[in-house]
Design a protein around this ligand. Structure first.
Ligand code: 6R9
Length: 701
């Protein structure tokens, strides 16, 4: 759709002004080797074959006992997959590969310091390490099937070892992202009821050996204040011979894992045969208000789903060298660094540190040296690498057949750099839309069968767009609405740990047609994202439904404002926020960061305004364009729009302690608010509702 042909918008819709992008076809060389190259797969997974089609994913695994019911919907919306089946996730990711691949690398771990050696962990070694740690967890820590254990581990091989050891015992692991504070970890320990915390003394980040163990002390204290006693803290050492933390080891509570492991040398622990429905792990979502939500993932459904999507959407073959540059502390890392790739018996690369350390050529150096042929990362990382090292990929001889993107919509400009420069025009790109709650990809293209379209996540697993009344928004109408998933899928989380009512209320209440029905057709899954579907069926995600700016009745998606800004050559990153405006209700303010080496100028700000007017229309013209050195971001790289919205509106920016770069907040506030004062743009005092809206802007719920 061109900027001139704008659709009719009503209050209830988000205006959509995207330009249609051109298709990119997969190279013939990719198609020739792809796992999903036969169009028959599209037919096999058609809705008329639901739910039996998903047995194809389950059959990628080894089961101890087959299931009698593929999908049990008797207690909606608590769906159960592969009921009656039994399996062990660790056995499927480790033991079963030994017969053919014991000497092959399961993990290749790249430490951040380039002076330290890369370490390959073969399937045989992984088997040994997982068994020994499982014995320790069982015999020293007293963990039993069904218990929860919290990890607060960085990107080190000890993390997948610990996960798989739990899976071997049927113990439910809950990894808290290493960058989170001790207090955040303590909240999650308490919520999950963990008695054991597994942590590490320190790890490398941006050239520094970060002291991590200190957070364990704070976590234990916080958990105790919330009524959860931690009995033991198991501390791995980054360098086994020296302790890298300033914090004291607490007698009787804290233990060095490398010392304890001496007692478990050669131990073998039988994998516990678990029901398909047994929880495998909890993953807390980045919810910013209220109690954290522990998404409970199943063993059989989850593992089947990540194995199947890894095989078909990421085209992972056992002989590939696959690198997902996410952190295992997020769902992407659980599904697509550990469980999916290892279930398929491939080699999964792990990198400890920051992608731009010591320079923005680092990822391409790693890929060249290790022969990585599948690369997986997030738009925020792509934008950062493009900003700091736009020509770096050209200096290395890496060759990718496949690249994944995940985490937020990717601006077409950035997509093209990823495709042309990182992928050298010869890699397919799969834009994967999904959530912590979902276990694995939902919106994505099958790369050999469906062409790429920059900025669109493509088709996927039974997505549908509903309007506010629950009516389906037709493809090609140009109207946006709420993206939902019509059918259950095996990777769906089972519940919010300890909060089943919240599970139903947040994800199913909005579009449930009949609360008494046990027909899944009456229970679409509400994802909380806005989306639009083009005439060809491709979905484009517009961001969280609450990230909408209502200018004089036009609901503008933040993502399209940001995408328009990125068509300006000088711009590396952009964020749109609302400001309270007497005339128009809300007005748009843009925050932009420039590519390195460029000086801020009024001219650049004017270009951004012009681009927005051109791409979207005068209605979206920003009240101000602020050029800032960096954006406040979460640890997973998502821009915290509520923080900048607070700055623009002179309101409370809220808690910034979990940001990756909290120091930037005061810096931006000082400059922007001084400039607004000088321009006479200080807003009046906001009403409590307005203040609440600004505070909630960009929240995920
Ligand atoms: C996997 C993950 C989920 C939210 C999701 C959506 C956004 C993720 C996206 C995307 C557009 C994509 N999102 N992938 N938006 N295109 N390819 O990121 O999980 O951290 O729970 O975030 O991220 O808004 O609702 P999670």
């Amino acid at each position: 759709m061109s900027a001139e042909q704008q659709p009719q918008v009503s209050e209830a819709q988000i205006a959509v002004h995207w330009r249609e992008e051109q298709y990119y076809q997969p190279p013939a060389s990719f198609i020739a080797q792809a796992n999903a190259a036969d169009p028959a797969i599209l037919e096999r997974f058609g809705e008329e074959h639901f739910p039996e089609c998903f047995t194809e994913y389950a059959n990628l695994l080894d089961w101890d006992a087959g299931w009698h019911t593929t999908l049990d919907t008797s207690n909606p919306p608590f769906w159960k997959w592969f009921v009656g089946g039994r399996l062990n996730a660790c056995y499927n990711c480790v033991d079963r590969h030994l017969a053919t691949s014991s000497n092959k690398a399961a993990l290749i771990w790249v430490p951040e310091p380039e002076t330290e050696d890369t370490k390959a962990v073969t399937y045989q070694e992984l088997y040994r390490r997982v068994n020994e740690f499982a014995a320790l967890l069982r015999d020293f820590a007293g963990l039993r099937t069904g218990d929860r254990v919290t990890f607060h581990l960085p990107m080190v091989p000890e993390l997948p070892v610990a996960m798989l050891a739990c899976a071997r015992l049927g113990v439910i692991h809950s990894e808290v992202f290493g960058g989170f504070s001790g207090a955040a970890c303590g909240d999650r320990i308490a919520d999950s009821g963990s008695r054991i915390l597994v942590t590490m003394d320190g790890y490398y980040r941006n050239g520094d050996l970060v002291d991590h163990k200190t957070k364990a002390d704070e976590a234990v204290e916080r958990a105790a204040a919330l009524g959860q006693q931690v009995d033991k803290v198991l501390v791995w050492r980054r360098h086994p011979d020296r302790y890298a933390s300033a914090s004291q080891m607490v007698e009787g509570r804290d233990f060095f894992v490398d010392e304890l492991l001496a007692n478990y040398r050669g131990a073998v622990v039988e994998p516990v045969s678990m029901p398909a429905e047994a929880p495998l792990f909890l993953m807390y979502t980045s919810g910013t208000t209220g109690r954290p939500k522990g998404c409970q993932h199943s063993t059989g459904g989850y593992l089947s789903y990540v194995a199947g999507t890894s095989k078909y959407y990421q085209d992972i073959h056992p002989e590939d060298t696959y690198w997902c540059a996410a952190d295992i502390g997020w769902i992407t890392g659980h599904s697509y660094i550990v469980y999916g790739p290892l279930a398929l018996g491939t080699t999964s690369v792990m990198y400890e540190g920051v992608p731009t350390y010591p320079d923005p050529g680092r990822p391409w150096r790693i890929a060249e040296r290790l022969g990585v042929n599948i690369f997986h990362t997030a738009p925020t990382t792509i934008r950062m690498l493009r900003k700091l090292g736009p020509d770096e990929p050209g200096k290395y001889y890496h060759r990718f057949k496949h690249m994944t993107t995940v985490g937020e919509p990717i601006e077409p400009e950035v997509w093209r750099w990823y495709h042309d420069t990182v992928g050298k025009g010869e890699a397919v790109i799969v834009d994967t839309w999904w959530q912590t709650e979902n276990g694995g990809f939902l919106g994505a293209t099958l790369p050999a069968l469906q062409p790429m379209k920059p900025g669109s996540c493509g088709l996927g697993v039974y997505p549908v767009i509903y309007d506010e009344n629950g009516d389906e928004v037709p493809a090609g109408s140009g109207k946006a609405g709420n993206i939902c998933i019509r059918n259950p899928w095996p990777g769906i989380f089972q519940t919010v740990w300890g909060q089943p009512d919240r599970f139903v209320q947040i994800y199913y209440e909005k579009y449930c047609r009949d609360k008494d029905s046990s027909d899944w057709r009456d229970w679409p899954y509400f994802a909380g994202d806005g989306a639009v579907q083009a005439a060809d069926g491709y979905f484009r995600i517009l961001g969280r439904v609450d990230d909408v700016i209502n200018v004089a009745g036009h609901r503008l998606g933040t993502k399209e404002l940001e995408s328009a800004s990125l068509t300006v050559d000088e711009i590396a990153e952009a964020a749109a926020v609302p400001v309270i405006d007497e005339l128009r209700g809300r007005a748009v303010e843009m925050y932009v960061a420039l590519k390195p080496g460029l000086a801020p100028s009024d001219d650049i700000a004017r270009k951004v305004t012009a681009a927005i007017e051109h791409e979207i229309g005068k209605i979206a013209r920003p009240a101000n364009v602020w050029i800032v050195p960096d954006m406040p971001k979460t640890r997973s790289g998502k821009i915290m729009r509520r923080v900048i919205a607070g700055i623009s509106n002179f309101t409370d920016v809220g808690d910034v302690s979990t940001l990756a770069n909290p120091e930037i907040v005061d810096d931006i506030r000082h400059h922007i608010q001084a400039a607004k004062l000088a321009r006479g743009q200080v807003p009046r005092e906001l009403s409590p509702e307005e203040a609440e809206e600004i505070k909630a802007f960009g929240h995920a719920e």
